[in-house]
Design a protein around this ligand. Structure first.
Ligand code: ADP
Ligand code: ASP
Ligand code: MG
Length: 437
């Protein structure tokens, strides 16, 4: 029998009706053996995600030694779900233990992970199957880095004879047993790890949309649907902000080329989007997708003859390295160099970095430009085809959008433009209209 691994996101876990929808999906197919769950997410646009509330609890404990009020709201949500589902679980006992742990361990990872832990206990009870804690499977080394091979071996051994189980997403443990989480949205990575270890035929990632759209549906209304994506296209789009799937989700599945199928919990008959190692079909549209992120700054450096100064770029980058700031792009001209960094990376270090750069490279001019967004247009069918860049630039020129930076990946499967953040939505819309409509 084939094995399917199914991960359900926060909206799918948000209330008892949605949890029942998950149970129907699992019970309709015997091959759906491993169920990975996120913490309950928002029930409506004004609601809060359990994970956000748990991070808030951690901060409140750091400040005041307690977080009773916020934890009370978390308690209410889980109690309501358990009561609505009429499950025989002493959820208050679990919640008391979680509260004690948040106070005792003072660990933001421990606190954040408890959303999926409690969600997993509820889901396992609803399905009447085993609950498996990922702290015993998913391992991080002493530096806090994910240990893929130890994890794969432990998970393979533990799951090989299990018929069906629920495993919470998002966390594992380090060598001393301390709980460690992945970055936000990391339950997608857990699903991929379980798919690799169980040699799944497919990794189904169930969310609240019918798969990937060409761009964020919150920016363009009803954007066209993408039926098939390659791993590399997914990585480019996800990294650049298409947050349907965590950008690191492809690393575990690409060992054995397991396809990822993005599906909609609320429209289970829709085939969704298939993400495969190598896409066979070609697109009608030349481009596959558009994604973008706000919140970038540019350190703009001018110095005559910089190109002939040996080691110039290395000395610039060593300053960023010294302050632990990683950069996104480094477009250059004859006498100019721009370092594009995300605001969250450089926050609080702007002045020391500029000062040190002045001392290290004696620029003619240096300044920090703020308020940028990056927008990537992605697709295999763009590679080595003349004209795509020209169409993007013309579309933006027609809308009076000033392009502040251009970067084309050497694979020619992405073109990234930097624009002022006030033009962010307009830029995505213009590129979409140029290629799709
Ligand atoms: P989950 O909680 O199931 O993991 P996420 O909120 O992480 O779900 O991801 C799904 C959301 O991603 C959608 O609700 C949608 O608003 C957003 N999204 C952003 N870009 C895209 C895109 N290109 N196609 C589809 N959805 C997108
Ligand atoms: N609950 C975690 C988050 O909100 C992980 C996830 O949903 O994938 O980031
Ligand atoms: Mg997600």
């Amino acid at each position: 029998m084939n094995t399917k691994v199914c991960k359900f996101g926060g909206t799918s876990m948000a209330n008892s009706d949605n949890i029942n929808a998950i149970a129907n999906i699992i019970e309709s197919d015997k091959e759906r053996r491993f169920v990975i769950v996120s913490a309950p997410g928002k029930r409506n646009s004004n609601d809060r995600k359990i994970t956000d509330m748990l991070y808030a609890c951690y901060h409140q404990v750091e400040l005041n030694g307690e977080c009773m009020e916020t934890f009370g709201q978390i308690r209410e949500r889980y109690v309501e779900i358990v009561n609505d589902l009429k499950l025989d679980i002493d959820i208050d006992k679990y919640l008391d233990e979680v509260y004690e742990g948040i106070i005792k361990y003072r660990s933001s990872d421990f606190a954040a992970s408890r959303g999926e832990y409690l969600g997993g206990i509820i889901m396992a009870k609803r399905l009447g199957v085993e609950f498996i804690d990922p702290k015993d499977l998913i391992k991080f080394n002493a530096n806090g880095d994910f240990d893929a091979e130890t994890t794969n071996e432990l998970t393979r051994q533990r799951l090989k004879d299990v018929t069906r189980a629920v495993i919470p997403g998002f966390y594992g443990a380090d060598t001393s047993g301390n709980i460690k989480t992945f970055s936000r949205g990391g339950s997608d990575i857990t699903g991929a790890i379980i798919a690799r270890a169980t040699e799944a035929s497919v990794y189904e990632n169930w969310t609240d949309v019918n798969g990937f759209m060409i761009c964020d549906p919150r920016i363009v209304k009803n954007p066209a649907h993408i039926a098939e994506l390659s791993y590399r296209e997914l990585r480019e789009l996800a990294y650049m902000g298409a947050n349907v799937l965590h950008p690191e989700s492809i690393f575990p599945v690409r060992y054995n080329n397991i396809p990822i199928n993005i599906r909609n919990t609320f429209e289970p008959e829709h085939p969704g989007t298939m993400i495969v190692a190598n896409r066979k079909s070609t697109n009608n549209n030349i481009i596959t997708g558009i994604a973008g992120k706000k919140g970038y700054s540019i350190v703009f450096i001018e110095k005559s003859m910089m190109n002939s100064e040996l080691g110039f770029a290395r000395r610039v980058l060593s300053v960023f390295e010294y302050y632990g700031v990683s950069f996104e792009h480094m477009p250059s001209g004859i006498d100019t160099l721009s370092i594009v960094v995300s605001d969250s990376e450089i926050a609080g270090k702007e002045d020391v970095i500029i000062d040190r750069l002045k001392k290290t490279i004696s620029p003619d001019h240096i300044e920090l430009l703020k308020g940028f967004s990056l927008i990537a247009t992605v697709g295999h069918d763009m590679s080595f085809k003349p004209g795509t860049a020209c169409r993007i630039f013309n579309a933006l020129a027609k809308q009076n959008i000033n392009i502040r930076m251009i970067d084309q990946g050497s694979s020619e499967m992405n073109i990234i433009v930097g624009v002022n953040t006030q033009d962010y939505e307009k830029t995505i819309e213009s590129i979409y209209n140029e290629f799709i409509k």
